[in-house]
Design a protein around this ligand. Structure first.
Ligand code: ATP
Length: 730
């Protein structure tokens, strides 16, 4: 299973958004692909090309920065009819912009029959909007016939979008909450319908394009768009726009029966490209896995939400185009600029609506894989809960009852509670596999579709002076900034009653000018976040990037200040350069200094090398000396033991005799004679150090021989005599 960038979903969105990303799910098997040309009657739309679909993987996630709405960088996100980017042209049905066709108080229910080249068990009548189970397969010969708002077949996604979703997207743009969701057994085509692929973009990318078209064609309103993307996996809500591993999203009841999802990222989008990036990132995080039925089966329910804030623009205002054609304008603080101005204090009401596009995971049988089976249980349980919620709602509607609805039994139904309770336009597209082997699952899907059809809706527009709406917060900030800018201008103006009593110093003027420039920048940035028809570009070119190179909308006074500030800055930089030059020594001095320095360094290196060599020699000498000392010490010890052995053998005379060999006599007394007469020096004292080694050898020899015999034997005496002789001669 993956929750990585391996999905190709970005593509299906991208093709409609004009990008090169590839499709979301793996292609159908060749068999299934062939089935696109299957004998199921086709709904209107352009014919499908027989070519296989591209499977080029989407690029790795590009680390698109996350955007926290509360801390949004306005430079990146404001949009309006003048500044909406990307190509929103083509295939526009003007009537679509005039009205929202979903005035119904019922859920719109459509069935999409997936193409197949195997024998089908259902008789499909797209014109009559009916589906009938072939009597051959019917149990007890009871023909099952279902009729819905639309029965759709074939591979093209465009007719699907215009039939089941376009009016709901329009409703969302007009202030109604709208929900479109796909329901059906696994591998029946839900993701294909919602996301589509390169060749056949699905409902989500088509809906987003329509959103920008709507803005382009509605000059009387301005808009702010935010989107979020989440999935419900094993009953845990995950934010698909947050980095992988982020904390799950909590779900709580809010004011007025609303649901609050937190923490959930909402990203302000100002262009189709921006929406594409968000969708691409979210889909790359979706959990999909290969199952027994689908190479890329969705293992979660996914919900793409677009929050649409809009309000009336002031009448009769048009935004001037900058030389770059970006449509940006520079609000002029207290000045009367010709550009449109967001409403002054006392604001217009803001309409807020949410468009939710939901791809439910498919119901499935247990699989051979343990993990897939576990996921399947969660999926089936939440779909069952959805079924029972729909069942109760439709019962309540049919019988005028108000029985408890078990919304809280699953995250999915809890999240859908406000919409299912009536405050949304809902369109459900049920996907089925018409093959004989899938009759049970298809029948179950159709029964669900039938039940949800009778749920009663009563969607209301939410239009209030909403201080929480981002649009309103930005408006308020823009107004505050303008007031501050106007005050500064007035203080600086020569003929102003608020003019300062003293002349401003050059430094103060520069500071003031800089502060005004910052205020102006911020106003422009905020203004850019708000979309209007003037800011939507039909050609789809990007808005010119650099905002403040030179702003021709500036007042002459401000331009003068800018110029002054720039000059002073240049002068100061020139002074700094001069000062640095003066502080530097002449070139030849630098060269001389360099040569000296180099020589010093070389000398240092040589000295260091010499010291190292000397230290090495010293260490060697010390080693030698140490070895010598050890040797001498050993010899001394041997001699001591020899002497004591000689003493123990009663050969004190040897010592004496040995003592006579040496020119030096030690005054040290022999311990034997300690009481009488002059004391003989010990043998060791009498032997010069250089002869100790000879004594050592003799000592060793003596010891060996002494060990070899009985100490009292005549032989011993002979040997000792011999030794004595040796010693005397040495
Ligand atoms: N109408 C159709 N025309 C052509 N191909 C289709 C159609 N419907 C589905 N497919 C193909 O069938 C395969 C399965 O479809 P898809 O993944 O959309 O099913 P699903 O219902 O989303 O499955 P799951 O619930 O397992 O996620 C895909 O390869 C898709 O391209």
């Amino acid at each position: 299973m993956s929750r990585s960038g391996s999905s190709n979903s970005g593509a299906n969105i991208s093709s409609i958004l004009g990008s090169t990303h590839k499709r979301y799910k793996a292609p159908v098997s060749s068999e299934a692909r062939a089935s696109r040309l299957a004998p199921v009657p086709a709904s209107p739309g352009r014919p499908k090309t027989p070519s296989g679909r591209s499977t080029t993987p989407i690029p790795e996630e590009r680390g698109i920065s996350m955007m926290d709405v509360s801390n949004v960088d306005p430079e990146e996100v404001l949009v309006d009819f003048e500044n909406v980017e990307a190509d929103v042209s083509g295939e526009i049905d003007p009537s679509w912009f005039k009205s929202s066709s979903t005035t119904d108080d019922k859920v719109m229910v459509s069935v999409r029959v997936r193409p197949t080249n195997k024998p089908v068990a259902w008789d499909v009548s797209a014109d009559a909007h009916t589906l009938t189970l072939d009597p051959l397969f019917a149990k007890n010969d009871q023909a099952q016939k279902f009729d819905f708002d639309a029965i759709l077949t074939g591979s093209p996604n465009k007719p699907i979008y215009s039939t089941v979703a376009q009016s709901h997207v329009s409703a969302a743009m007009e202030g109604y909450n709208a929900v479109v969701f796909a329901y059906g057994q696994t591998a029946s085509g839900k993701t294909y319908t919602l996301s589509g692929d390169d060749e056949e973009p699905g409902i989500i990318p088509r809906a987003m394009k329509d959103v920008f078209r709507h803005i382009k064609h509605n000059e009387s309103r301005e808009y702010l768009l935010r989107c979020s993307y989440l999935e419900i996996y094993n009953e845990t809500i995950q934010d698909l726009l947050a980095p992988v591993g982020s904390a799950p999203v909590g779900l709580q009841g809010g004011n007025g029966g609303d649901i609050v999802l937190s923490p959930l990222r909402e990203e302000v989008v100002t262009s189709l490209k921006g929406v594409h990036e968000v969708l691409h990132r979210g889909e790359s995080h979706r959990r999909t896995a290969c199952t027994d039925w689908n190479a890329r089966s969705s293992r979660s329910h996914s919900v793409f939400r677009l929050v649409v804030e809009s309000r009336e623009r002031l009448s009769g205002v048009t935004r001037p185009q900058t030389p770059g054609g970006s449509g940006r304008h520079t609000p002029g603080g207290g000045r009367q600029t010709p550009g449109p101005r967001l409403q002054a204090i006392g604001g217009r009401s803001v309409q807020t609506s949410v468009l939710s596009l939901i791809d439910l995971a498919g119901s499935e049988k247990a699989t051979s894989d343990k993990e897939r089976t576990r996921e399947g249980k969660y999926i089936n349980t939440s779909l069952l809960t959805l079924g029972s919620v729909i069942g109760t709602l439709s019962d309540n509607a049919a019988k005028g009852k108000s029985d408890h609805v078990p919304f809280r039994n699953s995250k999915l139904t809890r999240m859908l509670q406000p919409s299912l309770s009536g405050n949304a336009r809902i369109s459900v597209i049920c996907t089925i596999n018409p093959e004989a082997g899938a009759i049970t699952e298809s029948t179950s899907t159709l029964l669900f579709a039938k039940r949800i059809k009778s749920v009663k809706l009563n969607a209301q527009k939410k239009e209030v002076v909403d201080t929480d709406a981002l649009l309103e917060r930005y408006r308020q900030e823009i107004e505050d900034l303008k007031t501050r800018l106007a005050e500064k201008e007035e203080v600086l103006a020569d003929n102003s009653p608020r003019k300062l009593s003293r002349r401003l110093s050059a430094r103060e003027k520069i500071d003031e000018s800089k502060a005004m420039k910052d205020l102006n920048n911020r106003i422009q940035q905020l203004t850019k976040l708000i979309l209007t028809s003037n800011t939507v570009e039909e050609g789809g070119e990007s808005r010119p990037g650099s905002p403040m190179k030179l702003d021709f909308d500036m007042e002459p006074y401000q331009l003068q200040q800018e110029l002054l500030a720039a000059r002073v800055q240049l002068e100061s930089q020139a002074r700094q350069i001069l000062a640095l030059e003066a502080a530097m020594p002449p070139a030849q001095n630098i060269e001389g200094t360099e040569a000296e320095l180099r020589k010093m360094v070389q000398d240092e290196i040589q000295k260091r090398t010499e010291k190292e060599t000397w230290a090495e020699q010293l260490v060697k000498e010390l080693e030698k000396e140490k070895k010598l000392r050890i040797k001498l010490e050993e010899e001394r010890k041997a001699l001591v033991s020899f002497v004591s052995m000689v003493d123990s053998l009663g050969l004190g005379g040897l010592s004496q005799a040995a003592g006579q060999l040496t020119p030096t006599s030690s005054p040290v007394r022999n311990k034997r004679d300690h009481d009488e007469g002059p004391k003989l020096p010990s043998l060791l004292d009498q032997v010069p150090e250089e002869d100790w080694s000879i004594l050592g050898d003799l000592s060793f020899e003596l010891e060996m021989k002494a060990k070899a015999m009985d100490g009292k034997s005549p032989l011993r005496r002979g040997i000792l005599g011999e030794l004595k002789q040796n010693l005397t001669s040495s």
